[in-house]
Ligand binder design. Structure first.
Ligand code: GLN
Length: 249
């Protein structure tokens, strides 16, 4: 029966029916890319952890859904949504006009923005975005950071599957800066692995994270938005923020 329904999904134009069959058993299949601490990362037992994982789990609990998290490459998340392999994406994903043409987003749940990491030895050389113009820059593939790196470097940017690989490339001298979400940069700077790396003080953008669902899946969007509202109201959202960022929102 389940198989039949999925088959129907693939062929049917009745989108609403298709979407509801995917989580009729009260399971939300959520995609993430778990190398992005503190938002999502694997713990020692290879279990996804982080701010985003706590948020989506709390939303599921508030709405009576079990949340099953799947790990996949960042640039595979939207395609997985579009082919109904998953029902939602939580991956520190910025709401952008380009993405909003392909997926629908929940209400914003986190305010972020890009910053640039450079080697400490270069801190007098690179003091502004202007000074980085035309320089080779690193970023994670398919991200807003990669777009900005491409723009600043004049097409001279290198993309990596994960952010830790981009950080390593910077340390190894393969690029002059890493363009990435500031909270993730700050988290990295607080670890021993970041020795010799500093943040350029100029913040580049302000961005909002959203939880993505398939285009037109109003049912799932409603579940998520209502869940977000509930956990904001019952204090869970604030607790999760405090847990991961040690400050109030
Ligand atoms: N916020 C950035 C984006 O949406 C980076 C996300 C990520 O690397 N997980 O493109």
């Amino acid at each position: 029966m389940v198989k039949k329904l999925h088959l129907l999904c693939a062929c049917s134009l009745a989108a609403a029916m298709c979407f509801s069959s995917a989580y009729a058993d009260n399971v939300i299949r959520v995609g993430t890319e778990a190398t992005y601490a503190p938002f999502e990362f694997m713990d020692d037992e290879a279990k996804p952890q982080g701010y985003d994982i706590d948020i989506i789990t709390a939303i599921g609990e508030a709405m009576g859904y079990e949340v099953q998290v799947q790990n996949m490459p960042f640039d595979g998340l939207i395609p997985a949504l579009m082919t109904s392999q998953i029902d939602a994406v939580i991956a520190a994903m910025t709401i952008t006009p380009e993405r909003a043409q392909r997926v629908d987003f929940s209400e914003p749940y986190y305010k972020s923005g890009l910053s640039v990491l450079i080697r400490e030895a270069d801190k007098d050389k690179y003091t502004s975005l202007e000074s980085l113009k035309g320089q080779p820059l690193c970023a994670q593939i398919g991200t807003t950071g990669a777009m900005k790196a491409d723009e600043l470097s004049g097409g001279n940017a290198k993309s990596f599957n994960t952010e830790p690989e981009a950080f390593m490339e910077l340390k190894a001298g393969g690029c002059e800066g890493v363009v990435n979400d500031r909270p993730v940069n700050l988290y990295y700077l607080a670890t021993a692995a970041s020795e010799g790396v500093v943040e350029m003080s100029e913040m580049i953008t302000a961005e909002d994270y959203g939880i993505a669902v398939a285009k037109g899946n109003t049912e799932m969007k409603q579940v998520i938005d209502e869940g977000l509202k509930k956990i904001r109201e019952n204090g869970t959202f604030a607790k999760i923020h405090q847990k991961w960022f040690s400050v109030a929102e």
